[in-house]
Write a protein that binds this ligand. Structure first.
Ligand SMILES: NC(=O)c1ccc[n+]([C@@H]2O[C@H](COP(=O)([O-])OP(=O)(O)OC[C@H]3O[C@@H](n4cnc5c(N)ncnc54)[C@H](OP(=O)(O)O)[C@@H]3O)[C@@H](O)[C@H]2O)c1
Length: 251
C-alpha cells in the first residue's frame, strides 16, 4: 500500500533550494519520491543540491525572483506541477526609525511580491494541477511573535500570510490547497547577518531559555512538515499555518 505521505509521481518546484531550509526540503521531498525542480540564483549551489537528491528526473532553473521577467520565464519553462514550496527569502535587520523605502521594497520584492506574482503566473499559465498543494515558508516572526530590529522582515512575512488565506479560498474550488509553514530559528546562511550582531552567548541563551525543546531547528524539521502539506495526507487541510518551532511561541 502506498503511504498517504508519499510524494511518488508528484512534480514539486522548490524556490530557494540552493541552500538552507529550501535545500533540506528538496532533499527530503526527493526521498519521498517527488521529482524536484530546483530554483535559486546560484547555479553552483543549485548543482550542489542536485547531487544530494534521491531518485531521478530532477531539474534546475536559475532565476532571480526579485525580477518579474525572470519569474515569467521560470513559469513558462516548467511543466505542470503538483506542488510548489515558496522558500526563497532574505533577512533585513533595521530598527524602525532607520527604515529606507528602497530597502523595504527590496525585502518585500523577494519575500512577498515574488511568491504572490509567481502564484499568479502559475495560475494564469495553468501550471498548477487540480489537487496540487502550494506551501509558503513564512516565519513565526511577524505572524506569531514580534521581534525587535527586523520589523521589515516581519511585515513581509505577515503580508504573505494574508495572501495565503485569500488564495486558499480562491483555489479551493479547483482542489488546490494553499498553506503556510512558520519555522522558528534554524541556523542557516540567513542568520549570518544576525550572528554578526549578537554574541554566541546570546544564541546559546536563546536556545536554552526560549526553546522549550532545548534546541534550534534543522532544515529536516521544516521539511517533514512541508512533506505532510504537499502529500495526500493533508488532503483536507487548506488556509492553515503549521508552526514548527520547538515550542517557542508557547513562551
Ligand atoms: N533560518 C531561519 O531561522 C528561518 C526561520 C523562519 C523562516 N525562515 C525562512 O525560510 C526561508 C529560507 O531561509 P534559509 O534560512 O534557508 O536561508 P538561506 O540559506 O539564506 O536560503 C535562502 C534561499 O533563498 C534564495 N533566494 C534569495 N533571494 C532570492 C532571489 N532574489 N531569487 C531567487 N532565490 C533567492 C537563495 O538562493 P541563492 O543563494 O541561490 O541566491 C537561497 O536558496 C526564507 O524564506 C526565510 O525567511 C528561515
Amino acid at each position: 500500500m502506498i503511504s498517504p505521505f508519499s510524494l511518488e509521481g508528484k512534480t514539486v518546484l522548490v524556490t530557494g533550494s540552493s541552500s538552507g531550509i529550501g535545500r533540506g526540503i528538496a532533499v527530503e521531498c526527493s526521498k519521498m519520491g517527488a521529482r524536484i525542480i530546483l530554483n535559486g540564483r546560484s547555479m553552483q549551489r543549485l548543482e550542489e543540491t542536485m547531487t544530494l537528491l534521491s531518485g531521478s528526473g530532477h531539474s534546475i532553473i536559475e532565476a532571480d525572483l526579485s525580477n518579474q521577467s525572470e519569474i515569467e520565464k521560470l513559469v513558462q519553462s516548467i511543466p505542470q506541477i503538483d506542488g510548489c514550496v515558496f522558500c526563497a527569502g532574505i533577512p533585513q535587520v533595521c530598527p524602525v526609525k532607520h527604515i529606507k523605502r528602497g530597502e523595504l521594497e527590496d525585502i518585500f520584492s523577494v519575500n512577498t511580491l515574488a511568491p504572490i506574482m509567481m502564484t499568479s503566473a502559475l495560475a494564469k499559465r495553468k501550471k498548477i494541477t487540480k489537487g496540487a498543494s502550494l506551501v509558503f515558508i513564512e516565519s513565526i516572526s511577524g505572524v506569531y511573535v514580534g521581534t525587535r530590529g527586523d520589523v521589515s522582515y516581519n511585515a513581509s512575512k505577515a503580508a504573505l500570510n494574508g495572501f495565503v488565506k485569500g488564495a486558499a479560498l480562491e483555489f479551493a474550488s479547483q482542489g488546490i490547497r494553499v498553506n503556510a509553514v512558520n519555522p522558528g530559528l534554524v541556523p542557516t546562511n540567513i542568520l549570518h547577518l544576525t550572528n554578526s550582531m549578537f554574541s554566541e552567548e546570546h544564541h546559546a541563551d536563546i536556545m536554552l531559555n526560549s526553546y522549550p525543546l532545548k534546541r534550534l531547528g534543522k532544515p529536516e524539521d521544516i521539511a517533514y512538515g512541508v512533506i505532510y502539506l504537499l502529500s495526500d495526507a493533508s488532503g483536507w487541510v487548506t488556509g492553515t499555518n503549521l508552526v514548527i518551532d520547538g515550542g517557542y511561541v508557547l513562551n
